[in-house]
Design a protein around this ligand. Structure first.
Ligand code: DX5
Ligand code: ZN
Length: 242
């Protein structure tokens, strides 16, 4: 089941920030999530890491299921061979699932399988399917997958840790990716993930991504509501001027 309504909903609202939840105050996660809702954040980004595909281990389906939120659950799977694990993330309430092309022996099959699922939050919807590319992965890998995805994310850091520095070559990769996608005439959302802070959010917004993932710049342990508002305003200001 593809998910045109959700794709259109995000397209209409884009550019959007997707806020990484892992640096939130997990002892008061409910109120932290409410602050994001108050700020007008629409997407909650969850970095699932298995310690094999990338160095860190983080959270899994149980944590995702426990997230009581109106925000859409944007699940970034940084795990080896996700094929047989997809169902547990769908059951946990994922709205968007992004897999790494580098983590699957049969990436096309994983995307085909993702299309079969119904969204646990809404039986009339499916799951938005994303492919994420590490900084060292050629963009050309998306060509054979273009009919099996709704989103492409470029990692602006090497996956595994939050708070890293944005890799400058991401800018050129984003514009080449945009061109590749526009040549296909398909409606595919473009995202960028990693190393996006107050200092570079305006520059990144000018790179014309539809979804901008930012974690520790919002959940910094001090002022998540103000941070989220700052990031949203910065993105909206750029969008208005473009
Ligand atoms: C790569 C993850 C990113 C990253 C975001 O490690 O996919 O989502 O952790 O964290 P910040 O925004 O703190 O770089
Ligand atoms: Zn991520």
């Amino acid at each position: 089941m593809s998910d045109k309504p959700l794709l259109e909903q995000i397209r209409k609202a884009s550019p959007l920030i997707s806020v990484g939840v892992l640096t939130a105050d997990l002892m008061s996660l409910g109120s932290e999530l409410k602050l994001m809702d108050t700020a007008g954040v629409k997407l909650l980004h969850v970095d699932v890491m298995d310690g094999c595909f990338c160095p860190m281990m983080t959270v899994g389906p149980g944590f995702i299921k426990a997230l009581k939120t109106t925000l859409l659950k944007d699940i970034h799977l940084m795990i080896e061979e996700p094929l047989n694990k997809l169902e547990s993330y769908v059951a946990a309430g994922a709205d968007m699932i992004t897999i790494h092309v580098e983590s699957c022996r049969h990436v096309h099959r994983v995307l085909q399988k993702l299309r079969e699922f119904t969204n646990t939050n809404d039986p009339n919807r499916g799951i938005l399917r994303g492919i994420a590319l590490n900084p060292g992965t050629p963009l050309e890998v998306i060509a054979p997958l273009i009919n099996e995805l709704e989103m492409v994310f470029l990692l602006a850091v090497n996956p595994g840790f939050s708070g890293q520095k944005f890799i400058p070559s991401t800018k050129n990769r984003l514009s080449r990716l945009r061109k590749m996608i526009s040549d296909t005439k398909k409606d595919i959302l473009v995202g960028v993930d990693g190393g996006i802070t107050r200092d570079n959010i305006a520059d990144v917004a000018r790179m014309d991504a539809d979804i901008i993932v930012t974690g520790s710049a919002v959940f910094d342990g001090k002022a998540p509501l103000e941070n989220a508002r700052f990031m949203i305003n910065a993105v909206n200001d750029v969008a208005k001027k473009s």
